[in-house]
Ligand binder design. Structure first.
Ligand code: GCW
Length: 667
């Protein structure tokens, strides 16, 4: 059976005989220029892939002169690649050879994976001519992995990083992780949790990190660390961690120098500061910019960066958490060192199943803003709910901020094109762990895949990516792929429907899994469910218009217009911005109460539809994968009903309405 370990790199033998004949014409040799580690990985990948796809060992020949019939990996800064950016590649037929060219070894590696992907999909090479380059420069995973091997919000086992064995033993799995990422174009990884342990700044840990980094390097991936802002005090023994204290600045400089001694291509720091109780510059009356710039200064001699997170909010029941990041960061625009990138979560609150885009996007033109997506399903049903996330990422990326007129999408903010930034970033909180199949739910592999592909090219569609992933991972059979892709594309809407329909958010606290909309006490006044949904005898939803928190004012007028009138607000966003009366008639002709019922019931039922789609594909699926997903879909159905019932029973106590006797949700 297929245990999922090989992900989308299965390289099953090519079965189409005419296609196979085409490929065989190019297997008489591989030639390469350049001899760096990354080029060697490209060669190794190509040889392994070809062997598995076509059953041939293809040898390296240099000095091939004008021989034809081979594959040439050409590191070429001058000619036909001149117009491509550093990591871009071109794949062409030339003089009877397949030629992959790039200015960099990483580009060759990406081109190699692209060719292998093409072959896995059994596409013709007769008119091969592919050119591609990344739209975003820093394409990275963020691991929320702790030194003790646990993963914050991880649902696929424990951490991949075995700190206690390092640096002596380097688990072979690190390399498999690196190749999977490189196959998508991911070029950075932050190994440890943003709720960071100061331990990672100790020499003991730096050498462990260096051992992992030397594996990543072979695949063009740079290693980064999250830092604990108070480390100068807790680890260094200084009296403070004040970013304006020269001793503190010197401590960080020395620390960064020590890191570069062990890891010459170290990527930089990721920082969560003054957020959810983590220490930060505000502890000393300084700003986020003071903190970030101090660290940036330590990176001046090196090619590393500081990624500062914008995820902040206060423990204040009367404030609107939605507005917090904008209020703290917009006034700092223009104050950050050029080495700093601000990393903004994909929703102003958190990683909810659906959120309006963060109003920070577009409103800090002088600061490079990266986007942070969450692959791990913290709010998406952990490892028992199938939720394909590409539509979530796309919805954010395609949102129009209108800051420079229509078409000023979030994608153009983060790829730097709107405000002319070259340090651009897309980060994904990883969903990987020690589970044999990496992600727990077999379909969750698609979220890792989709993130990687979108970080390279945000114009790919959710449909394209799902089709590609399913074809590489599950089956080549077109007929079987159709229902799988349908299931994937609808899965997010279905989850939203039984979990947080119409713009509800955060009906849980603590573990973020079980329904708890009634939760009204927490360790902080804003850490309650009722803070977010605002159910009362009048209605439901958070008023963010002028009559409420006025968070809408943080958006451009064109955006405000979409959302400030409850009669015109698209239903998926309604309760994000309005407190709506239970009996208010919505655009569907149903009252709010009826619409909620309809969505809870229809979407819980839709999990049965998902099961049916999966079953349609069964004959073409590996039995182990089929059974695993089928079972998880059963759990999902049970849990969807649980969600539906919890919400309906709870909301009923406010709405004081019954479920109509003849209530039948539309099929
Ligand atoms: O969504 C919240 C999570 C925390 C997380 C935090 C953050 C790493 O519940 O577990 O901490 O966001 O993004 O910093």
């Amino acid at each position: 059976g297929d245990d999922g370990y090989e992900l989308w790199l299965k390289y099953k033998p090519v079965t189409d005989s005419s296609i196979k004949a085409e490929y065989l014409r190019y297997l008489s040799f591989i030639s390469k220029s350049g001899n760096g580690e990354v080029m060697q990985s490209a060669l190794r990948e190509l040889q392994t892939g070809l062997k598995s796809l076509l059953g041939k060992n293809v040898n390296v020949k240099n000095a091939v002169g004008n021989k034809s019939g081979g594959i040439i990996l050409r590191l070429d800064p001058s000619t036909d690649t001149a117009k491509l950016p550093e990591e871009g590649y071109r794949i062409q037929l030339s003089a009877g050879n397949i030629v992959i060219s790039s200015k960099s070894e990483s580009g060759i590696l990406y081109g190699t994976f692209a060719l292998l992907r093409h072959m896995q999909m059994q596409l013709s090479v007769k008119t091969l001519n592919l050119a591609s380059s990344p739209k975003v420069r820093y394409r990275m995973l963020n691991h929320w992995d702790n030194p003790d091997g646990t993963i914050e919000r991880g649902y696929a086992g424990s951490s991949l990083w075995k700190w206690y064995e390092l640096p002596e033993r380097v688990d072979p799995r690190y390399q498999d992780y690196a190749r999977a990422n490189a196959s998508l174009g991911i070029n950075g990884t932050v190994l440890n949790n943003v709720n960071a342990s100061a331990r990672f700044m100790s020499q003991e840990y730096i050498v462990k990190v260096a051992a992992v980094a030397s594996v990543m390097r072979k695949y063009g991936i740079r290693t980064y660390l999250s830092v604990y802002f108070a480390a100068p005090k807790t680890l260094g023994g200084l009296p403070s961690s004040d970013p304006l204290d020269p001793k503190v600045r010197a401590w960080w400089k020395e620390k960064v120098a020590l890191i570069y001694k062990e890891i010459p291509d170290f990527g930089g720091f990721l920082v969560k500061a003054n957020s959810e109780g983590e220490p930060g510059p505000q502890d000393y009356g300084r700003t986020h910019a003071d903190g970030a710039n101090m660290l940036a200064e330590a990176f001046q001699p090196y090619d590393g960066i500081v990624i500062w997170r914008a995820f902040v909010y206060k423990a204040d029941a009367n404030a609107d958490r939605f507005k917090a990041a904008y209020e703290e960061f917009v006034p700092l625009d223009g104050k950050f060192d050029p080495k700093v990138i601000l990393q903004v979560k994909n929703g102003p609150i958190d990683f909810q199943p659906r959120e309006p885009f963060s109003p920070l996007f577009g409103n800090m033109p002088k600061t490079p803003l990266g986007v942070e997506f969450q692959l791990t399903q913290e709010y998406l049903g952990f490892a028992t709910h199938a939720v394909y996330e590409a539509p979530i990422f796309k919805e954010t990326l395609e949102s129009d901020t209108y800051v420079n007129g229509a078409g000023s999408t979030v994608a153009k903010v983060i790829d730097g094109s709107l405000h002319g930034h070259s340090r651009t970033l897309m980060a994904g909180v990883a969903n990987t762990g020690s589970d044999r199949n990496w992600t727990g739910h077999p379909l969750a592999q698609a979220n890792w895949y989709a993130f990687g592909r979108l970080s390279w090219d945000h114009q790919l569609t959710s449909d394209q990516i799902a089709t590609e992933w399913a074809g590489l991972t599950l089956t080549r059979n077109q007929k079987a792929m159709e229902p799988i892709v349908k299931l994937m594309l609808k899965s997010r809407e279905i989850y939203v429907g039984y979990n947080t329909p119409l713009g509800l958010s955060r009906p849980w606290m603590g573990v973020h899994f079980a329904p708890e909309p009634w939760q009204s006490r927490g360790s902080r006044p804003d850490w309650t469910a009722v803070y977010y949904h605002r159910a009362d005898s009048v209605g439901l939803g958070f008023d963010r218009t002028v009559s409420g928190s006025n968070a809408l004012a943080q958006y451009r007028p064109e955006v405000q217009q979409q959302w400030n009138n409850p009669d015109k607000t698209p239903l998926p966003y309604l309760l994000w911005f309005h407190h709506v009366a239970w009996n208010k008639e919505l655009s569907t002709g149903r009252t709010l109460w009826q619409e909620l019922l309809t969505r809870f019931y229809t979407c819980a039922n839709s999990v049965v539809w998902m099961q049916q789609q999966w079953d349609l594909a069964k004959p073409s699926l590996d039995p182990q994968v089929y059974t695993d997903v089928a079972a998880r879909l059963k759990v999902q159905h049970r849990e969807a009903i649980w969600w539906r019932d919890a919400w309906v029973l709870y909301l009923q106590t406010f709405a004081r309405q019954l479920i109509p006797k003849d209530f039948e949700p539309p099929k």
